[in-house]
Write a protein that binds this ligand. Structure first.
Ligand code: KIV
Length: 288
């Protein structure tokens, strides 16, 4: 039985007040969600990164609302107590405030999410304001925003120059004023993250590769456990080589089946001699 209390927004703000870092990982499936909840994680992001980590696309752009809802539902079943964040996929909020509110509502009503996240700065402040006014807690996402990777010129650090850093700082304030309860800073220089964290009044600042001064940390689960075969970003730490363990296990399975050392008696089911003899008689009768 799961004894944890549900992670609420007041609980997250209390952690910030006490100077305790908030823990956050991505997750896309039921068994991993179960493990993450049992590990005591505060938050889970069902990221549209699932397009790459789970579905094998080269980017997050093909991911649909239906993909997101299906994975959020599975994660919610595995992790009933964490704060569950649904990531709004490409074109589910960009067209208009109304589109953004309707799709944010689907995460809450159909998947039991606790909040949503969307990418973009000051230009997306009206989407955040609309969603928050509809009663849905919202998280902003600044810095490297993968849905705009083409416009940003690739997966690289954002805000290294003073002008760009100032733009990110201004956007963070705009999102906070629009009502975002949290903002994720992805691949922003540590000193820019520190300034934003120090200036935030009522907004939780989270870091993904943006240094230690935020109120908490996020990593992509697949990067932490060697589960994404194409690359590992520099900022990710590998906390366990699950990918290697699985690969070695698979090679062993192929070997044992090929060499007929698997299965062994404990891996199959039998029947009593009495039933087997009765079956034999039935089959003999069929022949007559
Ligand atoms: O989709 C995702 O997992 C994300 C992270 C890159 C922050 O948005």
């Amino acid at each position: 039985m799961n004894e944890r209390k549900k992670v609420t927004l007041p609980y997250l703000f209390k952690k910030v007040q006490n100077g305790e870092p908030i823990t956050w990982l991505t997750c896309y499936d039921y068994p991993t969600a179960y493990f993450q909840d049992r590990a005591g994680l505060d938050m889970i992001l069902v990221g549209d990164s699932l397009g790459m980590t789970m579905l094998g696309y080269d980017s997050t752009l093909p991911v649909t609302m239906d993909d997101m809802i299906r994975h959020c539902q599975a994660v919610r079943r595995g992790a009933p107590n964490v704060h569950l964040v649904g990531d709004m996929p490409y074109m589910s909020y960009q067209p208009s405030v109304e589109t953004a509110i309707r799709n944010a509502g689907r995460f809450m009503a159909e998947a039991g999410c606790d909040s949503i996240k969307l990418e973009g700065g000051v230009e997306m402040a009206d989407r955040i304001a609309g969603i928050v006014k509809a009663g849905i807690p919202a998280i902003g996402h600044l810095g490297l925003t993968p849905q705009s990777v083409s416009a940003l010129g690739g997966f690289k650090v954002q805000g290294k120059g003073a002008l760009q850093a100032k733009k990110i700082i201004d956007s963070a304030k705009a999102l906070e004023e629009a009502g975002a309860f949290a903002i994720l800073l992805e691949m922003v220089p540590d000193r820019v993250c520190k300034i934003i964290t120090e200036r935030s009044e009522n907004c939780i600042i989270m870091s993904l590769g943006s240094g230690p001064d935020a109120h908490g940390q996020l990593l992509i689960y697949h990067d932490c456990f060697g589960l994404y075969p194409k690359f590992k970003p520099r900022m990710a730490k590998v906390f366990g080589e699950a990918g290697k363990v699985i690969q070695e296990g698979l090679i062993e399975y192929v070997k044992e089946v090929s060499e007929k050392t698997f299965p062994q008696p404990e891996n199959w089911f039998g029947m009593t001699d009495e039933e087997y003899n009765a079956l034999d008689e039935l089959l003999e009768k069929d022949k007559r």
